[in-house]
Design a binder for this molecule. Structure first.
Ligand code: ADE
Ligand code: ZN
Length: 326
């Protein structure tokens, strides 16, 4: 990547970021050594060569496997603190951070360990990095609805630390409708609702996220333009989309960044934001994504400002101080 230009550093909120996807190879090896785990890669370089993905599933296989190094509260704290430092250096002022409870509890790591560890880093973030934060727990859509409901139940002691629920993992074949009751229960607990939809899945997946789950924000929504009625609905209700351009290229949803529909989506009136998804795996953090789309799509200053402004408008912040800053 070229050095970050001033547009990359524009103050922004990051709304689509999986904390487990910020695990850089160096930290993975450090945590593996600390925890006495042997990774099936000789070194960080060998691990990086595995970052050539054919699709979402091939990425998810490595993403879940590498989580084996995350065991203690200290590990989760180190992971989040490293992300927040990098995000701050790329102009991120506010981050709404996803985590995948079931990916840890399935390995025998308690939900409390994950939340307490992440919370330690998040509690210091404003002071240390100048980044405010919120935490969103995601259900794995390739697991059962019962497992999601158990996860929601287990999260009850930590709801003071969790602003909302999301839905991620393998999309195609795992429609949102499976999680209707879980989202209803989450809503009754006062949690905000988002879900991944239209990343690899067709517009029907986005419709279900809206109509069955009642989400306030769609993660990705990349394929929305394929359905004009869906676009009209998203525009009418001002439902923000958290796009992740570098992720889309690395997961081969689009061939090259120059083909990204971001400009067409903005021109259609959609509330678009630009985010990094899993930056350790996809080659760039939030500022890198701004820089990359800025170059590939020749975005002018106004467009980049609009994307930055949208990120605060679409956030779960209630104050408008950050918006006024722009
Ligand atoms: N989990 C982490 N990153 C993801 C993505 N891009 N799509 C679905 N699930 C994910
Ligand atoms: Zn994602």
């Amino acid at each position: 990547l070229a050095p970050l230009g001033s547009h990359a550093l524009i103050p922004k909120a990051e709304l689509h970021l999986h904390i487990e996807g910020t695990l850089e190879p160096e930290l993975a090896f450090e945590l593996a050594a600390r925890n006495g785990i042997t990774l099936p890669y000789a070194d960080t370089e060998a691990l990086r060569t595995a970052y050539l993905f054919a699709d979402l599933q091939s990425f998810l296989d490595l993403y879940y496997a590498l989580m084996a190094v995350l065991i203690t509260e200290d590990d989760f704290e180190a992971l989040a603190d490293a992300y927040l430092a990098r995000a701050a250096a790329q102009g991120v002022r506010h981050a709404e951070i996803f985590f995948d409870p079931q990916a840890h509890t399935a390995r025998g790591v308690a939900l409390g360990t994950v939340v307490e560890g992440l919370s330690r880093a998040l509690a210091r973030s404003q002071e240390r990095h100048g980044v405010t934060t919120k935490l969103i727990m995601c259900f794995l859509r390739d697991q059962s609805a019962e497992s999601a409901m158990e996860t929601l139940e287990a999260a009850k002691p930590y709801l003071d630390r969790i602003v909302g629920v999301g839905l991620d993992s393998a999309e195609v074949g795992n429609p949102a409708s499976k999680f209707r009751e879980v989202y209803e229960a989450a809503g009754e607990l006062g949690l905000r609702k988002v879900a991944h939809a239209g990343e690899e899945g067709d517009p029907g997946y986005v419709w279900e996220a809206l109509d069955v789950l009642g989400v306030e924000r769609v993660d990705h929504g990349l394929r929305s333009l394929e359905d004009p009625e869906l676009v009209a609905r998203l525009v009418r209700d001002r439902i923000p989309l958290t796009l992740c351009p570098m992720s889309n290229v690395r997961l081969r949803t689009i061939d090259v960044l120059e083909d990204h529909p971001l400009v067409a989506m903005m021109d259609a009136g959609l509330v678009c934001t630009v985010n990094s998804d899993d930056p350790a795996y996809f080659g760039g953090y939030a500022g890198d994504n701004f820089h990359a789309v800025g170059e590939a799509l020749a975005l002018d200053h106004e467009r980049l400002r609009e994307l930055a402004r949208n990120s605060f408008v679409a956030s779960f912040l209630d104050g408008s101080a950050e918006e006024e800053e722009l």
